[in-house]
Design a protein around this ligand. Structure first.
Ligand SMILES: Cc1cc2nc3c(=O)[nH]c(=O)nc-3n(C[C@H](O)[C@H](O)[C@H](O)COP(=O)(O)OP(=O)(O)OC[C@H]3O[C@@H](n4cnc5c(N)ncnc54)[C@H](O)[C@@H]3O)c2cc1C
Length: 398
């Protein structure tokens, strides 16, 4: 993870592509474009890639094959989940093969950074981008370096915004906000768990569910989704008697981290010489709020469209629109179906959730879930479940 000083001395300030943000989406875009021979710069505000992160690190098995990710990154594989109903009834759901793997998210991003550098991209750490302006024939990107250095302006032919959720740069560029948002709240503590646990019930998990993801024999990540007061809502969950009794209060606990998660996508994700990828564009699953894989997929699509634009010197909005057509073909129906399910689930009472879970325990529905369950693509399962008349009645009554 070379230091800022080292790289800054050897870098030219003019690039084919500048990418703002060294998360999975930005780094995937960077690797792809650098491998294609373009001069790529990645600007990251933090001192190192992958720190800090606020993520459980669960990634579907498909991503490993699709992006040739090293199995070294896998901490453990997920072939069972324990669901806990609002009344505290537990149901273990098992699959024949793992659906997903748990990675150390910091290590994962750092590996993507190594790959981007190996492909030839220049990663500039401690570069917080404060302004992006289109100028004649290119883009001027201003970044403040470290804490006490003068801002620096770099230029490129096109810029990729991969900053994760949050609008400061996008608003300046004239993009509309994604109106609906959630908070993802999480802490890491000494709590032994043998498998992933998912908790339902409005009191404990106001926006869908709360989770425990084991990291090792003793340690787990515990988190949930909510709209406001993230730390307070997580503390309330941690005080549940069946959770509190398992926590070793003498063990080290990280601070509670809260991040914004978009629900829905940008109405337009490109402009003249600008493309927005990953969570910044709303590319995540509204059901689980997992965004690593979708971000990498849209990063790859963006790289492909930008590579053609650079070769033909056509980086105007009309030419970059192909990016939006392609990611919408892949993700729009998935995201919209997930949003629909989230809306129905939100209106459902704890009684309705209890009923749904008791139905799921019945073999007919459990085997349908097993057959259709795909960690990354939820539409097939959602459509099949909604066509079940009893489930439909429960959701309809919500
Ligand atoms: C509690 C929680 C748990 C989650 N668990 C999972 C999970 O298990 N699986 C999953 O798939 N997803 C999960 N997610 C979602 C996932 O973390 C994100 O969807 C994913 O990180 C998005 O990737 P990205 O590359 O688009 O953005 P990010 O990973 O957010 O990367 C953006 C980068 O841009 C940098 N940046 C931002 N602004 C600037 C600026 N102005 N200048 C320079 N750099 C800047 C940031 O420092 C950051 O490094 C979780 C989210 C939360 C909150």
């Amino acid at each position: 993870m070379g230091s800022k000083g080292e790289e800054a001395l050897t870098v030219k300030d003019e690039f084919d592509v500048l990418i703002v943000g060294a998360g999975p989406a930005g780094l995937t875009t960077a690797s792809s474009l650098a491998r294609a021979g373009f001069h790529v710069g990645v600007l990251e505000e933090h001192v190192e890639i992958g720190n800090p992160v606020n993520c459980s690190g669960i990634l579907g098995v498909e991503a490993f094959g699709r992006f040739d990710l090293s199995s070294r990154l896998i901490r453990h594989s997920l072939d069972s989940v324990e669901f806990v109903s609002p009344r505290g009834l537990r149901w273990e759901f098992r699959t024949d093969k793992p659906l997903a793997h748990v990675v150390d998210r910091g290590e994962f991003d750092a590996e993507l950074g190594v790959a981007a550098r190996k492909a030839g991209a220049t990663v500039l750490l401690e570069h917080r981008v404060t302004d992006i302006r289109t100028v004649f024939g290119g883009v001027a990107v201003t970044a403040s370096e470290g804490s006490d250095l003068e801002p620096r302006t770099l230029t490129s032919r096109v810029v990729v915004v991969a900053t994760g959720a949050g609008m400061p740069l996008l608003s300046k560029l004239g993009f509309n906000d994604i109106p609906a948002k959630l908070l993802g709240v999480q802490a890491e503590l000494d709590l032994p768990a043998s498998q992933v646990e998912v908790y339902f019930g409005h009191k404990w998990a106001p926006e869908g569910f709360a989770w425990i993801v084991p990291l090792g024999r003793r340690r787990s990540k515990v988190g949930l989704l909510c709209r406001r007061d993230g730390p307070r809502v997580l503390e309330r969950f941690l005080s549940r008697p069946d959770i509190a009794e398992r926590i070793d209060i003498n063990g080290p606990a990280t601070e509670i981290r809260t991040s914004v998660l978009p629900l829905g996508f940008l109405s337009k994700s490109y402009a003249d010489r600008v493309v927005v990828v990953g969570e910044a564009a709303g590319h995540l699953k509204p059901t689980t709020c997992g965004g690593i894989y979708y971000g990498m997929l849209t990063g790859e699509i963006a790289a492909d469209v930008i590579a053609s634009g650079l070769e033909q010197d056509r980086l105007d909005s009309a030419s970059l629109g192909a990016y939006e057509t392609r990611w919408r073909d892949l993700l729009q129906d998935e995201i919209e179906t997930g949003l629909k399910l989230r809306r129905s689930f939100k209106l459902m009472s704890d009684w309705g959730i209890e009923r749904l879970m008791s139905l799921a325990r019945h073999e007919g529905i459990a085997s349908m879930i097993r057959e259709k369950a795909n960690f990354d693509w939820h539409r097939g399962l959602i459509d099949a479940v909604l066509q079940n008349t009893t489930v439909g009645r429960i959701l309809g009554a919500a």
